[in-house]
Design a protein around this ligand. Structure first.
Ligand SMILES: [Mg+2]
Length: 200
């Protein structure tokens, strides 16, 4: 078994941060729920597509350290490490935002992993070589194959669709909106992952 994990919206939740960053700039009403897609949909609806694009650069770059891990993520990864399951993060991100301040988004994501103790000896104690940020979805899918991942967790069905048959696909769907295809497994919460992999 070799487990691959997505980063954005799988390990790290931006829901609260998107709402907060948009509120700080006066872009949305306070009634907007703390969901990334609710913020996006509101801004699109009012013709503020560019503001949405800029907000993504701010959230994924300058303010990423304010984003929270999904509940139970660290505990699940710690348990799987104790069962000697090899693990990788394989994500895709542009290097810089499309609009706005030019934060290095790969470096920002690595800083978040540091903050959350991924590389701390008394934390998850991962090596930096376990983490890959690719520039495109296709490069990400290729990396997952090249690493020999037998299982891969992602919140986006379009990513799982890119993976070959031999990779077990696990759809992270915390709100139940993303729907699995036949043969995929669904993970509603991180606490379910060890059980899904047969490591309870
Ligand atoms: Mg994702």
């Amino acid at each position: 078994m070799r487990l691959g994990l997505d980063f954005d919206n799988t390990l790290i939740s931006y829901d609260q941060l998107f709402r907060q960053a948009a509120l700080d700039q006066g872009l949305i009403p306070a009634s907007t729920p703390p969901q990334k897609n609710a913020v996006r949909d509101y801004l699109r609806q009012v013709g503020q597509e560019d503001a949405w694009t800029r907000l993504q650069g701010e959230v994924y770059g300058g303010r990423i350290l304010e984003a929270a891990p999904y509940p139970g993520m660290r505990e699940a990864l710690r348990l799987l490490a104790a069962r000697a399951v090899p693990m990788h993060i394989v994500s895709h991100k542009t290097r810089y935002p499309f609009l706005g301040e030019q934060h290095d988004l790969h470096a920002a994501a690595r800083r978040w992993l540091e903050q959350e103790g991924f590389h701390a000896p008394d934390g998850l104690n991962w090596s930096p070589e376990q983490v890959f940020f690719e520039l495109t979805k296709d490069a990400k899918a290729q990396r997952i194959v090249d690493l020999g991942c037998t299982h891969y967790v992602d919140d986006l069905p379009e990513i799982l669709d890119l993976l070959p048959d031999q990779v077990e696909k696990i759809l992270f769907s915390p709100d139940g909106i993303a729907q699995p295809k036949p043969g995929w497994r669904v993970m509603r919460a991180w606490s379910e992952l060890p059980g899904l992999l047969g490591h309870v």
